[in-house]
Each structure stands twice: as structure tokens, then as C-alpha cells.
Design a protein around this ligand. Sequence first.
Ligand code: NAI
Length: 258
Amino acid sequence: MPRTYLVTGAASGIGAATTALLRERGHTVLTADLEDGDIRADLSTAEGRAALADRARALTGGRLDAAVACAGVAHFAPVTVRVNHFGAVATLEGLRPLLAAGSAPRALVVGSIDSVHPTDPEILAAADADDEAAAVTAAQAAVDRGEGHLVYSSSKAAVSRWVRRTAPGADWAGAGIPLNAVAPGVVLTPLTRPLLDDPATRDLVERAVPMPLRGHSRPEELAPLLAWLTSPENTLVTGQVVFADGGADAVLRGDRVW
Ligand code: NAI
């Protein structure tokens, strides 16, 4: 049965691969990105987030079957928490009324293996409190003291915690809408290319994200999992952060979590 999806960050990498797979399978996919696709919106801003929801409503007639919040950046800068956490949350919350009117609705955000790395407690507390200004201040403070790498891990931990907290509630599980995250390991996309092209940072990445199964992944390998989690076949999985990371989480966190 053809479905209507909305994918953010659809112009590149994992979002582009997921869009291509869903279209191959006969679904309609509305694409959203900064400067490309059916909806052009900057998800680091309140205006862009509102425009995404408004345009999606107009293009779908108010009914959407699945939403994938994939847009993300990995800069050592506050914009990373704006897009990866607040932008993703606003995307899914803004589209929730459309999903509630859809058929077998599903929602998904792309997290990261980096969410299990050290994080900044101030960024996390601000994100938990839905206080974007405080999160931006905390992110800038991390950058200023030379810990800009904590902004990305914190943004992904924050959005993963949001999924865990939010999915069981009345608006999501209570409305029959599974809400999950997928946490990739290292995926070969424009986001990671600069890190992997430089031998020094490549070595750091390999030590931080060990992937014993098959090494670094391709975006096309993530797409089937994203497609399944947002398909009607997924009737039970909700509130989960599914690590699709070639074994990195098992290496890094061992048997302390499951
Ligand atoms: P990518 O750079 O290939 O694609 C990201 C897309 O998001 C781009 O098309 C970009 O224009 C869009 N985007 C960025 N800022 C935006 C904004 N303010 N508003 C709207 N769209 C915006 O990156 P990739 O690797 O496909 O990343 C997709 C998601 O996967 C991101 O959330 C990223 O953090 C996550 N991820 C990626 C990993 C990797 O190794 N590549 C690993 C773990 C997670």
C-alpha cells in the first residue's frame, strides 16, 4: 500500500538514500532540506520549523503516514544543538497532527552512536527543559573552553532521551504512533568525509567508534532499517534507540545496557 512520507535532510547522505529506497518501493516522499527539495526550510530557526509544518500541511492536505527527521550537522558550534535536537523535535511535534490523521503513522529521528560518548550536562539539562536559549549558551561555553566536540554528542543524547521520554505518552503511543531513533555508527557521507579524509582525525574516529562487523557503513545500508521502523510492519517497537553501528555500542557499553 503506497504511503506518504516526509524526510528532512533528504538532499544528502542517509536522508537521500532513505528517500530513494522509499520511492523505489512506490511510496510518495516529500523532501525537506536547507536549499533543496519540496520544502526548503532552515530547521535551526523557529521560522524554518514553522514553515516546514505549514508547507507539509498544504502539500499533504493534512495527512501524513510517516516522518523521518534526518537533517543534522556536526559542527563544533551551537547550531548543532539547534538543528540536531530542537530542529528534530520541532519537526516531529509540528508534523504530529498530520501523522495523527494518517494511516499506520510512524515517526523516526536519526540519532548517533556519539550519544554514548561524553556529553555536556548543561546542554542536556537545557534540552530536557526545552530551553533552546540556555542550550545555545551552554554549547557556546563548551566551544569556548575547547570542548566543542561535546555539542554533537550532547545534541544526539538529548534527542535520544526525548524519544525515550516522549514515545510512551498519550500524544504518541496513546495515539498509535510509534516513535523511535536510529543511531548509526560511522556512515560514509559528506558529514564524515572531512574527518575521514584526514589521517589524524580518521584515527580518532576509528578509536571512538569501533565497528567490528563490517567497518564503516554506507547510507544505503541504513535506509532499509529506517524504512522498516516507519512501515506498518512495525507494530511493537517504540521508544527505542536502535543502534545500527556494526557493533560499536556493544563494544563501547558492553553488557551494562541492553
Ligand atoms: P549529510 O551531511 O550527508 O546530510 C545532512 C542533510 O541535512 C544535508 O542535506 C543538509 O543540508 C541537511 N541540513 C543540515 N542543516 C540543516 C538545517 N538547518 N535545516 C535543514 N536541513 C539541514 O549527513 P548524513 O551523514 O546523511 O547525516 C544524516 C543524519 O545522520 C544527521 O542527523 C547526522 O547527525 C546523523 N548521523 C550521521 C552519521 C555519519 O557517520 N554520517 C553517524 C551518526 C549519525
